[in-house]
Design a binder for this molecule. Sequence first.
Ligand code: AR6
Length: 171
Amino acid sequence: MEITLIQGDITEQAVDAVVNAANSSLMGGGGVDGAIHRRGGPAILEECRALRASRYADGLPTGQAVATTAGRLPARWVVHTVGPVYARSEDRSPLLASCHVESLKVADTLGAATVAFPAISTGVYGWPMDDAARIALTTVRQASTSVTEVRFVLYDAEAYAAFTRARDALG
Ligand code: AR6
């Protein structure tokens, strides 16, 4: 699997699936979630509502993932996952790793070969960027998946630099 790092906007990526850093309501929000719903249009929210009514009456649990259409985005699917809120008092990194593993599993089920990830949990959820980059890259490298390209789409220069440092440190 090829892992690429780019600085940019995930809603513009021409990949099979883009991963959304959602919340468990699946009803949208700020950050990446807001951008994906805004640019993808109402078809995404419609499928999210249907998922809430059927499989996820109590919301999508943290660390899990589920797919919908990508609406008007260039991608074909959105894989919604719920990152953990960062906490100093507790190590929630297995949940952050799980977001990546479960998103790739959903991508495999869809037959998606190329998948773009944002830096999950590093915005509203407060995870330090360097640590999130290490966890994301380590997890994706170890994942057993048919996905051929994972593209991390980092929104600003600082995030891109953190992921580059983490990749270099992993060798
Ligand atoms: N493309 C790529 N990355 C982006 C984009 C974009 N268009 N917009 C923001 N980022 P966040 P979280 C970066 O807050 O921390 C939402 O309200 C951003 O700079 O989107 O997992 C949800 O509904 C940051 O580095 O997600 C949840 O309630 C990273 O994406 C909550 O936020 C993640 O920031 C989830 O929080």
